[in-house]
Design a protein around this ligand. Structure first.
Ligand SMILES: Nc1ncnc2c1ncn2[C@@H]1O[C@H](COP(=O)(O)OP(=O)(O)O)[C@@H](O)[C@H]1O
Ligand SMILES: [Mg+2]
Length: 316
């Protein structure tokens, strides 16, 4: 890799198969220094497999990847010492305290003396865990365990972080706090490659890649992903959502209908024109419309739409 190259992660037709499952399928990706890159996708999309290959703990079946300029197969050791990797099921020592866990990782990465003391106390502050430093890891809440794992990942001051689903299964308040911490790290200039099944977290990244069945469906800045959506969006609350969906899907000017909690999200060519028509048709079919309003599409709608299009094209 040339020294002028600012790309810290590059994958070239990266592929990993397990028996007859293609977990990662011809992945081509480049992440630049300073980015906070989100690898987003549902369970089974191939996020963990991708990150394991990048962390140099799993070999690809085909293709290759470089991380910080090192080949993940032939220069694995250099990658392991230089990056910070937080596995989806990271290993904290349950019976050790917060402080002891941090010391353990400092041992592993040979951080010693004053530097160790100073760094650990800074990380405790940073992860908002100072008050809990004497608590055993298995007595921490799920959110605090994730923050401790992140702090352990930072002990050797890596410039690149690979974080595999660090917020999966964590309550929304802790998820937000975790992302505030990631944003702080990003502002310090650390490059972050983070995977998540939560589409709302994609909004917080400088760029996102949407992974589905091992394939990268789109890779762009969040606002550009949203802009790629066709049409305008109406949110509809109605008495019989299933029937309302069937009817709305048939109407002129309706591009796509998604069910979202107790709402329908109806993509139309022209919201102000189609709104009264939708209300008329639903009411005419005996469905009570409790509310309808134009909404600004989020990443979530954009991703669902992209996944749907991908499925339609692969079914044909
Ligand atoms: N060690 C493995 N052996 C067999 N199949 C695997 C293994 N790891 C992952 N898979 C399969 O590969 C696909 C992608 O899994 P994974 O990378 O864990 O996805 P994600 O992290 O996005 O949920 C899934 O179908 C999963 O069952
Ligand atoms: Mg995973």
């Amino acid at each position: 890799m040339e020294s002028s190259d600012n790309r810290v992660i590059v994958t070239d037709s990266l592929t990993k198969s397990f028996d007859d499952t293609v977990a990662v399928d011809e992945l081509n990706l480049a992440v630049e220094r300073g980015e906070i890159f989100g690898l987003v996708g549902p369970d089974g999309a191939g996020k963990t497999t991708t990150i394991r290959i990048l962390a140099a703990i799993m070999w690809p079946s085909r293709g290759q990847a470089t991380v910080l300029g090192y080949d993940t197969v032939t220069e694995a050791e250099a990658i392991k010492t230089d990056i910070g990797y937080m596995a989806q099921r990271f290993n904290l020592y349950r019976d050790l305290t917060v402080w002891e866990n941090l010391n353990f990782f400092a041992d592993v990465f040979e951080v010693t003396g004053d530097e160790r003391r100073e760094r650990i106390s800074r990380l405790l502050e940073f992860a908002r865990l100072t008050r809990f430093k004497d608590r055993r890891a298995h007595h921490l809440s799920g959110g605090m365990q994730k923050k401790l794992a992140l702090a352990c990942t930072l002990v050797h001051e890596p410039q690149l972080l690979l974080l595999d689903e660090p917020t999966t299964g964590v309550d929304p308040v802790s998820r937000r706090e975790f992302w505030e911490i990631l944003t702080d790290l990003h502002l310090q200039g650390i490059t972050i490659f983070v995977s998540t099944p939560y589409m709302d977290e994609a909004e917080r990244c400088s760029r996102v890649g949407l992974l589905h069945h091992g394939r990268l469906i789109i890779c762009d800045a969040p606002e550009r992903v949203r802009q790629g959506l066709e049409g305008e969006l109406l949110g509809v609350r109605a008495s019989n959502l299933k029937r309302a969906r069937e009817i709305a899907s048939q109407l002129e000017g309706v591009l796509e209908v998604q069910t979202y909690g107790d709402r329908l999200h109806v993509f139309v060519d022209d919201a102000s024109r189609r709104e009264p028509e939708i209300v008329d048709h639903l009411t005419g079919a005996g469905i009570a419309v409790h509310g309808i309003r134009q909404m600004r599409p989020r990443m979530e709608e954009a991703f669902i739409s992209l996944i749907r299009r991908e499925q339609v094209s692969s079914d044909q």
